[in-house]
Design a protein around this ligand. Sequence first.
Ligand SMILES: [Zn+2]
Ligand SMILES: [Zn+2]
Length: 176
Amino acid sequence: MAASDHDASRKDWDTYFMDIAYMVSTRSRCPRRHVGSVLVQGKKLLGTAYNGAPMGVQDCSEAGCMIVEEWEQKLVDGKSDLVKKQRCIRTIHAEQNLLLFTDRTDREGSTVYVTDQPCWTCANMLANSGIREIVFDRPYPKDSDKVMKLMEQKGIVFRPLQGYEPPAQAGMNVIS
Ligand SMILES: [Zn+2]
Ligand SMILES: [Zn+2]
């Protein structure tokens, strides 16, 4: 075995690309959630994106979050209930920006690393984008069931990164 194989400080590829996604997420100016995503083809980084307002438009740090309230189906004490939730809709999600800033030909057969499990809309768009695998860290239970079903139907590998710890300087508490 080569000496480098014993180097415990050397990051595996999953950790390497997820760390980059977290560093990208620090660019986000929405205080509610910082999301970062990267597009990887083979071991090549082909794009990075985070959640934010369209370019040249005031973002959440300047104009405040654009909050909407929605009713959500949620399990409360074992039974399904409607719960009112707040959501910021000012930003384009990281995964959608990633699709806006990469080429279809680059995406065919690629992998997306994203700090947060994609919401339904992002998952639906990713499913039609040519990518073959989605790796995420923080769970997003709200849309999980339908997103997993969609990924199964599309034959897209959809996996949480087990035992992963984000870089300390990129972690944040998510307001959910
Ligand atoms: Zn916001
Ligand atoms: Zn989304």
